[in-house]
Design a protein around this ligand. Structure first.
Ligand SMILES: Cc1cc2nc3c(=O)[nH]c(=O)nc-3n(C[C@H](O)[C@H](O)[C@H](O)COP(=O)(O)OP(=O)(O)OC[C@H]3O[C@@H](n4cnc5c(N)ncnc54)[C@H](O)[C@@H]3O)c2cc1C
Length: 390
């Protein structure tokens, strides 16, 4: 269903474009099941790795719809940027999640309720069906994700961290920021005092009656508490490579669009690709997700793909590079990998530089409080897009 190529991503975008205006705003909450025409774009697996970057999607949408008609869809695309900016300025939230996840996975190894949930044997028909859909398609509609997470936390009373881990391992679009912070939001930890409680009548309505929901779902949200999130740090200033350096470009599965925008700012003489298989194994990401990302990287322009720091260093030496430039990684597994690469390259006097796309540079600093404040900055990026208006 989701092929790891640019042409598949562009085809899916073209097919969705006519519905990206008011139709999306009206229909987007309906989840009529995996075998019917979707009310949403289903572009997230490609957007996640920026095989389809946000600016390309928004430009295409504005070529067919007025900004007013497309505003709901553009807001949703920008929710992703908001979550990513929010976490980028509060990396300890991700680190805490990783620590808690590791401890809970140990504690819940033989927990019956947890095993039933991930095997789709809870007896709650809709939940078990979404679990199967997640395993079969590696994708769920947003509303199904909300209901699933709510039942996981508030009805089954399982730790949100294990639910977030289950999603991250199976979603093609699995993303440290969007996933962790959405689970925190359903749990009532992200927006204080606001939990998300799945209601049977809401599920019936927005699945067009596919589920009867006769099982009893919790009518009271669990009250979880923890210390408030840290204040946002400012984004680091990035060092630009000095003129005259011989640079190589490093492309990763985190931002496949970098092959297009990085050379505009710098002139790399060669390009390498790096796929961190070890890190996917450490997080126990399912083979479908790993293969989608590995193939998407492999199908992008450029030479072979490296998997160890040594291979990258040897390549940089062969190419007689002074430095390597790559897209700044967002919070997740890549900042750690980059630290490792930086140290190994530094031992050979090769510098590693990172660059931030103007989309992130413009929007991330606004993710200090809630989305509604952040949203006021969206016109700043829309102005920069070269759009032939609808
Ligand atoms: C518990 C939970 C976990 C989630 N985990 C992830 C995740 O790991 N990765 C992920 O990309 N999204 C996640 N989301 C957000 C959202 O569900 C998906 O982005 C969306 O369902 C993807 O489907 P689509 O491409 O058809 O979305 P559309 O509705 O067509 O939206 C277009 C694009 O906007 C972005 N987007 C839309 N809604 C959101 C949102 N609420 N938050 C962030 N970005 C959004 C996505 O990039 C999406 O592809 C999660 C939501 C919940 C409630």
């Amino acid at each position: 269903m989701f092929l790891p190529t640019k042409s598949a991503a562009c085809n899916a975008l073209s097919k969705f474009l006519p519905d990206a205006g008011l139709e999306y705003a009206v229909q987007r909450n309906y989840d009529n099941g995996p075998d019917t025409k979707a009310s949403v774009s289903k572009l997230s697996p490609w957007i996640r790795i920026r095989l389809l970057p946000e600016w390309e999607v928004v430009t295409a949408v504005l070529e067919q719809h007025s900004p007013a008609d497309a505003s709901k869809f553009i807001d949703e695309v920008c929710w992703r940027t908001y979550w990513k900016g929010w976490l980028q300025m509060r990396p300890s939230v991700w680190q805490n999640y990783l620590n808690e996840r590791a401890a809970l996975l140990e504690d819940f190894r033989s927990h019956v309720g947890y095993q039933r949930a991930i095997e789709g044997r809870t007896g709650i028909e809709c939940f078990d069906s979404w679990n199967q859909e997640l395993l079969d398609h590696n994708y769920l509609h947003n509303h199904a994700r909300m209901w699933y997470a709510s039942i996981w936390i508030h009805t089954l009373k399982l730790p949100w961290q294990l639910g977030a881990d289950w999603f991250l391992r199976h979603l093609l679009d699995g993303d440290p920021a969007s996933n962790t912070l959405s689970w925190r939001w359903v749990a009532g930890l992200q927006t204080r005092g606001k939990t998300y409680l799945a209601r049977p009548d809401n599920i019936r309505k927005y699945t067009s009656g596919r589920f009867r929901v006769e099982e009893s779902l919790s009518t009271e949200a669990l009250e979880l508490d923890e210390a408030p999130p840290p204040k946002p740090m400012s984004l680091p200033d990035l060092t630009h490579p000095q003129d005259g350096l011989k640079l190589g470009l490093l492309l990763t599965e985190e931002d496949l669009s970098a092959a297009e925008w990085l050379p505009e700012q710098n002139t790399p003489s060669s390009m390498a690709k790096y796929f961190p298989t070890d890190h996917y194994e450490a997080l126990d990401i399912c083979p479908e997700v790993v293969e989608f990302r590995r193939k998407a990287l492999g199908n992008s322009t450029g030479a072979g793909t490296f998997e160890t720091p040594r291979e990258l260093v040897e390549w940089a030496k062969r190419e007689q590079l002074d430095g390597i430039i790559t897209a700044e990684p967002t919070i997740g597994h890549w900042p750690e990998i980059l630290k490792l690469l930086k140290a190994e390259l530094a031992a050979e006097n090769i510098e590693l530089f990172t660059a931030r796309h103007w989309w992130d540079q413009t929007l991330f600093p606004h993710a200090t409080k809630g989305f509604f404040r952040f949203k006021k900055a969206i016109p700043k990026v829309l102005e920069k897009l070269a759009v032939q208006p609808a």
